[in-house]
Design a binder for this molecule. Sequence first.
Ligand SMILES: *Cc1c(COP(=O)(O)O)cnc(C)c1O
Length: 436
Amino acid sequence: MTDMKPETLAIHAGYRSDPATNAVAVPIYQTTSYQFNSTEHACKLFALEELGNIYTRVMNPTTDVFEQRMAALEGGVAALATASGQSASAMAIQNIAQAGDNVVSSTDLYGGTWNLFANTLKTMGIEVRFVDPADPEAFRRATDDRTRAYYAETLPNPKLIAFPIREVAAIGNELGVPLIMDNTAAPVFCRPFDHGAHIVVYSTTKYIGGHGTSIGGMIIDSGRFDWEWHAERFPMLNQPDPSYHGAVWTEAVKPLGPIAYILKARVTLLRDLGAAMSPMNAFQFIQGLETLPLRMREHGRNAVEVADFLANHPAVTRVIFPGRMSGEARRRADAVFDGSYGGLVGFELAGGREAGLRFIDALKLVYHVANIGDTRTLAIHPATSTHQQLSPEEQMAAGVTPGYVRLSVGIEHIDDILADLEQALGAAASVTTRAA
Ligand SMILES: *Cc1c(COP(=O)(O)O)cnc(C)c1O
């Protein structure tokens, strides 16, 4: 099945019918616990001699289908669902880094991840070294023998410059450091494992669900990083784990395949920190996932049309969209994207901050929310919302100019999207005229 295409995997991977009832739709196993067949069965499950359901904080049959489906779509060996994208990125790092260790991360990050890295991980003694992805070699220079991972987003906004996955993964392979990619903004049209990344994380809250009903996250293991080969760098996977009767994860999983990283995350971090996805949310994500490849095509098509429309509009001074970039930024996008430049489009208004606010307030169809990846078209003015706490200099460094507006282009009919943008741009342009 794993050699099937994304459209098929999104509907079929990891499940045929319910073993108890033959139900074709994945049932919602809304249960906390599972009865053991015998004392011997219980004993084997707790010893990890046999994998099976014990308690829904650690695994659940509905969530299991969602995990298998995501692993199949990404070309990974196993996956772990979490309560949110934030818990996925936190655990992806906590699984291999402890106090005294460091992580080298791209500066171009989602705000929540930035806070997690710059503040919360710091209080735990994990240092995050931020480097500019414009120079992939910066990752090498920031690496020392306590570096446990590289971290970046495939398509970070607001800059929307694709991350050089191949270049940084190659440095990681050389130095023995795994590359963790947040692929939230680029599902289906980018598979980071195909370009050498080792771990993928998602906020499934966005495109994976698409319906905007549920918060969730996912960690996916490529199974292609050799943790044993780099045993000194990864004591948490190669030395006896006191929290699991002295298990050495790389050895314990040998009969199960190359899943040391993801199994440890499940049976230690999910067990101890408890950021589990609810079965109801896993069910919601399974419904969304069925149409993900179809939706991504439509998001991508509509985004191209929106970008073209904006580029020809007199109130717009600049359009930020990978498909309209040139030079190195375009080369990077074309190196990792297949068949789409995604659904995110940024643009700058001639009228600056005032025009940005007017534009947002004039929207009728498009929603004003701090979110991306919904079926609905969404807009935000970062300078006065998501990036409001930054100084003007920090805003500029992040690519947020006063007149910058970010769109997450939805899958409504393109004519209706353009009509709403047109009328809102008219309202924004009146500011320019007045100011001039
Ligand atoms: C939304 C988002 C997150 C955080 O996900 P939540 O599900 O909201 O916790 C992480 N990374 C990116 C790129 C996001 O867009």
